[in-house]
Design a protein around this ligand. Structure first.
Ligand code: HEC
Length: 164
């Protein structure tokens, strides 16, 4: 009986390898955050190794992302992450939302809520284990971008519309 169950599980495991989510890879930079905001190379590098896998249209996939059911789990994070914040489509959003997302970026990085804990578990994505100095770099950058918006736009255009 146990052998049958194990064989059935094995068969399922083999079978699901044929069902993979579409990969999150696109070269379209039309609405990329870099088209409007100034991102120094060191900050860009930090966003690249610690954020962009889940918050852009370009994920760098590790080998285990090709193994099911891990691929589904990873894909879930990417879809969810992009729904909340997508640097590849950043400037497509209303200016108030851009401002708000910068503010949330500061909060998330400050409070160590991002990058997601599971991203760096087991020594994975070691570069995304941000030091205090690296966190401060991202925070200071986001603060500068908020200041830039404040200088460039009328105050009421930066306020998030109230939810009705
Ligand atoms: C492994 C995937 C992953 C990585 C890496 C990651 N995030 Fe996230 N992020 C998510 C997910 C999923 C959510 C939405 C759910 C949640 O808030 O936990 C999210 C939410 C956010 C939000 C909240 C947006 C909102 O609308 O509330 C911000 C801001 C954010 N992330 C910024 C960052 C920054 C900055 C980095 C890099 C330092 C980063 N994230 C790295 C997956 C990720």
């Amino acid at each position: 009986m146990l052998k049958k169950i194990l064989l059935a599980l094995l068969a399922i495991l083999v079978l699901i390898q044929f069902f993979r989510p579409e990969q999150n890879i696109s070269g379209d930079l039309t609405y990329d955050i870099s088209k409007k905001y100034n991102i120094p190379e060191d900050v860009n590098q930090l966003l690249k190794v610690a954020c962009n896998d889940c918050h852009s249209n370009n994920t760098v996939y590790p080998w285990y992302a090709n193994v099911q059911p891990v691929a589904w789990w990873i894909n879930d994070h990417i879809e969810d992450g992009k729904r909340h914040l997508n640097f590849s489509e950043f400037i497509h959003r209303p200016i108030a939302i851009q401002n708000h997302k910068l503010e949330e970026t500061i909060e998330m990085v400050e409070d160590h809520e991002m990058p997601l804990e599971s991203y760096t578990n087991f020594g994975l994505h070691a570069e995304a284990n941000l030091s205090a100095e690296e966190r401060n770099k991202i925070i200071a950058w986001a603060e500068r971008q908020m200041q830039y918006l404040k200088d460039a736009y009328p105050a009421d255009s930066l306020v998030m519309p109230k939810r009705k």
